[in-house]
Design a protein around this ligand. Structure first.
Ligand SMILES: [Zn+2]
Length: 92
């Protein structure tokens, strides 16, 4: 899967930044204020992809609880990986 530098979520374009792990206790962060999604650059790739979807779920609906957001992230990463939906991209 390709994690892009920017991603549009509704009307907002978020900048995706890979950060040092010591910047945050979590592996990721979604900041609606400055339109950034941060992902721990030291996390394993599979974790980064799940964090990416997790933070996008936060961006999609800021009222969703952590449990909902994490469930959505798990669903997308599991189904896309199990069905090789990103095969062509990751084979590049
Ligand atoms: Zn979260």
């Amino acid at each position: 899967m390709n994690i892009p530098d920017t991603i549009k979520v509704g009307s907002i374009t978020y900048k995706v930044i890979f950060t040092d792990s010591q910047e945050s206790e979590d592996n990721g962060e979604c900041n609606q204020g400055n339109c950034t999604i941060k992902i721990n650059k030291d996390a394993p790739r599979a974790m980064q992809e799940k964090v990416f979807w997790h933070e996008l779920a936060h961006a999609w609906n800021i009222t969703w609880e952590e449990e909902t957001v994490e469930s959505i992230a798990q669903m997308i990463t599991t189904i896309t990986n199990d069905n090789h939906l990103y095969k062509e991209v990751s084979d590049e």
